[in-house]
Design a binder for this molecule. Sequence first.
Ligand code: SF4
Length: 297
Amino acid sequence: MILQKTFKNIFEEAEEKNKRFYEISQEHEAQTLDLSVLQVRDKVKVNLNAMKTAIEQGLKSKEKSVSGLCGDDCAKLIEKYKNGKSLFSKTYQKVLTYAFATIEQNIRMGKIVACPTAGSCGIVPSVIIAISESLNADDEKQIDALITAGLVGQIVSEKLALAGAVAGCQSECGVASAMAAGALVEMYAGTNEQILNAVALALKNVMGLVCDPVAGLVEVPCVKRNAFLAIYAVTAAELAMAGIKSVIPVDEVVDAMQQVGELMSPRLKESSEAGLATTKTAIDITEELREKWSLAD
Ligand code: SF4
């Protein structure tokens, strides 16, 4: 049995068998890897635990990256929340801090789970783990959600390369946000149709997001973008669970993203030749780092 390559196909299979997406996905995975479903879930649990460890470590650290550009934003948020100052709920605060905690571990060269990429590693874990704490959801529910997220990423990747260098940041942080949105609907036991709408709504609104990292480092704008797109995933799930539908079906949204990725100039695909990377400040930073690192040689 081969995994169906479109959301429409997997939806039809799930409806026909009266199953949830994660059930279909774990069965496919078990067959492909010649494992039992339990063994597949154990492997997912290893990743879930690695995500939790990255968050725990990230929450305790203020260490900056080697460039000095990023690394202490999570600590700033924690300090703010200690003083009881926030516009939103505790869960919102956790989503934001967990996203920063994870991506900041990445820029310190700590261990993270790329989902789908290292530059977008904070989005899926922050949403799944923060919301599971608010729902008191056990590991099994979190594994269901993570498998759902993986399925979303896998189907999108059939058409769209998940790399900023190929299709811009829409295919990294954008896809991570859609994976998290789908996972979140699963955690709230939304329908399969609502999962697809959450994915479509998230993807539609990141279309064209460029990859323009300052000094070629996965730090600016990547770190803060993880926090923004984690919250964005929550919005997509909230809309979908209210019954709000994407007018454009999710498979067509993916086709459109693939087209946009192809049309996007290579200068906006991780080459740091346009966008934020060529602002005056970015050029000054790049020069400073070049000087510092060539002196260090
Ligand atoms: S801006 Fe580029 S390098 Fe940074 S997270 Fe997005 S795709 Fe990755």
